[in-house]
Design a protein around this ligand. Structure first.
Ligand SMILES: [Zn+2]
Length: 389
């Protein structure tokens, strides 16, 4: 996540055009809700939108003949301060977790990382929430006019992580007519926000980022090698945050290890597969996350084989560094069999949401992907697969 202007946002042309239109008209709703998948740039866009509201060029009242102000200029004193999150009329709330006495420091460290590292990725614990004392303080402040700008912009990142009483307090301020406070909420889980809040927000949808956008960003801005960038982009499911986190995990090595698991399964070596499945689980922080990644590597691989079987060019392959093998498999595997394997993997992805033992899942999944040799060549009994292969 970086502090940028609307025009610098990555790969969200529709949302960006809409926001620039709002800034150009200078007529703001009380609240906006940016929703869409995690890592698609909602938080970055929310801050960029807030900066555009606070930019000095947006004031005084626009003259009809003057240049259109539809974004932060990036150069005025207000923009320079908002770029460092030090504008008095910009408030930025995000979920935190841990001991109350350590939260001040956690928040300060997070803000500093956000200011200094353009590739900073927010990551939360499951229980993280918007801090209660901060919303209380903020609500008291709302009784006063903004300090300098015409508006006060409040950005709440992952606004679905609040408590009931925070929502009811928020609701009251959203209903206030003629308010100079503009709320920009973001969420990847809009259904978790109370319907009363959602209905009072203007909703703006963010789409998953296209793979090509992610690939070029990773190469140009994150120093990722081209062969890894393509794989990371394909693995990330349209999330820049996810791609950046995976970047540190040696994706090519992990992929080769994940694909290597299939070898004993294909040879019908049950004992060897069991050993490999257990060995694989020692990587990564938790078995479940490792497992998910391993399955996703296999899915990407099989999708490449499927693409190759219909003559897709090299550029279309996520694992293009192993193109020869992919083409060889595409010649020998029936596309129907590839789809069956993809569905087994999809089913495994669903089953790891439940309480399954990671190494056992690896074992049975790989055995089934390998086909009949270990006696489990059938299609899944209750496939819930996405049919978009
Ligand atoms: Zn400015």
């Amino acid at each position: 996540m970086a502090l940028v202007t609307i025009s610098e946002l990555l790969g969200q042309p529709a949302a960006a055009a809409f926001l620039r239109g709002v800034v150009a008209r200078g007529r703001y709703a009380n609240a906006y809700l940016f929703h869409g998948p995690a890592g698609s740039g909602k938080g970055t866009a929310a801050l960029a939108f807030a900066r555009a509201m606070l930019c000095d060029r947006g004031r005084p009242a626009r003259e009809p003949t003057g240049p259109v102000h539809d974004d932060a200029c990036g150069a005025c004193p207000a923009c320079r301060r908002s770029a460092r999150l030090q504008h008095p009329d910009l408030r930025f709330l995000f979920p935190v977790s841990g001991e109350e006495k350590e939260l001040d420091q956690t928040i300060a460290e997070t803000l500093e990382a956000l200011r200094t590292d353009p590739l900073f990725v927010f990551s939360y614990e499951k229980a993280a929430s918007i801090r209660l004392s901060l919303t209380r303080e903020l609500l008291r402040e709302l009784a006063y006019q903004p300090f300098e700008a015409a508006y006060r912009a409040i950005v709440v990142r992952d606004a679905d992580r609040m408590r009931e009483d925070q929502y009811s307090a928020l609701l009251k301020t959203l209903e206030e007519p003629g308010s100079t406070t503009i709320w920009v909420l973001t969420t990847a889980r809009p259904a978790r926000l109370p319907a009363t809040i959602r209905s009072r927000c203007q909703r703006i949808r963010f789409a998953p980022l296209p793979e090509t956008t992610l690939t070029s960003f990773l190469e140009a801005r994150a120093g990722v090698l081209p062969r890894e960038a393509r794989l990371l982009a394909a693995l990330s499911g349209g999330s820049l945050a996810r791609a950046l986190v995976l970047r540190d995990a040696e994706p090519l090595r992990l992929r080769d290890e994940a694909l290597g698991l299939l070898a004993p399964a294909i040879q019908g070596d049950g004992a060897g597969l069991w050993k490999a499945a257990q060995g694989f689980m020692k990587y990564g922080r938790t078995g479940r996350e490792t497992l998910r990644r391993m399955i996703e590597f296999h899915q990407l691989w099989l999708r490449d084989v499927l693409r190759a079987s219909v003559g897709a060019p090299r550029e279309a392959l996520a694992n293009r560094d192993r193109e020869t093998e992919i083409r060889r498999q595409a010649e020998t595997l029936d596309p129907r069999e590839i789809r069956r394997r993809l569905m087994v993997l999809e089913e495994a992805l669903h089953s790891i949401e439940g309480n399954v033992t990671a190494d056992l899942t690896v074992f049975s999944t790989m055995a089934r992907v390998a086909g009949a040799r270990l006696g489990e060549g059938q299609w899944p009994a209750h496939p819930r697969a996405r049919w978009d292969y």
